[in-house]
Design a binder for this molecule. Structure first.
Ligand code: NAD
Length: 259
């Protein structure tokens, strides 16, 4: 088992890559706090894990609420006694243009993608230190590595996450706290449909979000979107002790899109 006796948190774990990661980490021996806005989704993921003999608790709430973003660390250590890893997976695409930008939408996007994960990380650091080290993983995006013509605020946020990862990795390396990012390309989850269906992203005539998802994915070198489990595999490696000499990395999991 690759995460035997590890205790960790996965945010946005009710769906997509976070769900795949939470289930996989538990199957590899971890005790997992499943965090998501959607209580039904949280209950479903916790049940999947516990039905398979794994250990999980569910924490449902809004991570743009500072107290909740901080409190998930307290609830996890209360339930399981310690903390070894955090996957800060939550995020959202934000507006597709800076022209006519709704600044409330800007604030929301930055709060969810950047501020909320900073708050959770701040709360987690003393717990990881108390454990003699640990691992923090952020979800950036290929939009944290290269420009995206329809995601200006998302670019700001996800490039910011990659910068944060590099800085935190250096700061906490001597304390054996590793900090990395996964940078997914188009991945087959509900959020990919949200990306292509944003009202100002100029959905071409005759296209639906679903048709566009497959058309855009066909333009990647592998000619397909990633599956959530393929990103969860990368997350498993980066969070586990197998990556003991890996810190400050922003690993593209994108079928070659940024090659
Ligand atoms: N899907 C992609 O193509 C893609 C590509 C690159 C990066 N990403 C990143 O991956 C992450 C999530 O992606 P996914 O595709 O796995 O998503 P998804 O759509 O499958 O799931 C997102 C989950 O986040 C939860 N959520 C939304 N707002 C929340 C909030 N305020 N508080 C708590 N939970 C909240 C939702 O309830 C949902 O369960 C984001 O950081 C996103 O930027 C996605």
């Amino acid at each position: 088992m690759r995460m035997k006796d590890k205790i960790g948190i996965v945010t946005a774990a009710g769906s997509g890559m976070g769900r795949a990661g939470a289930i996989r980490f538990a199957a590899e021996g971890a005790s997992v706090a499943v965090v998501d806005l959607n209580p039904d989704a949280v209950a479903e993921v916790v049940k999947s894990i516990t039905d398979a003999g794994g250990k999980a608790i569910g924490l449902s709430g809004d991570l743009t609420n500072d107290d909740f973003a901080r409190g998930i660390v307290r609830e996890t250590t209360k339930a399981f006694g310690a903390l070894d890893f955090v996957w800060n997976h939550v995020g959202s695409p934000g507006p597709a243009s800076i022209e006519g930008l709704d600044w409330k939408e800007y604030d929301f996007t930055m709060n969810l993608n950047v501020k909320s994960v900073l708050i959770t990380t701040e709360a987690a650091l003393p717990e990881l230190r108390a454990r003699g080290g640990g691992s923090i993983l952020f979800t950036a995006s290929t939009s944290g590595l290269v420009g995206s013509q329809f995601s200006p605020v998302y670019n700001v946020a996800k490039f910011g996450i990659v910068g944060l990862v590099r800085g935190l990795a250096k700061r906490y390396a001597k304390e054996k706290i590793r900090v990395n990012a996964v940078c997914p390309g188009p991945t087959n989850t509900p959020m990919l449909r949200v990306f292509v269906a944003r009202p100002d992203s100029q959905l071409p005539a005759g296209e639906t979000p679903e048709s566009l998802v497959w058309k855009r994915a066909a333009q990647t070198p592998m000619g397909r979107p990633g599956e959530p489990e393929e990103v969860a595999n990368a997350a498993l490696f980066l969070l586990s002790d197998e990556a003991s000499y890996v810190t400050g990395v922003a690993l593209a999991v994108d079928g070659g899109a940024t090659a």
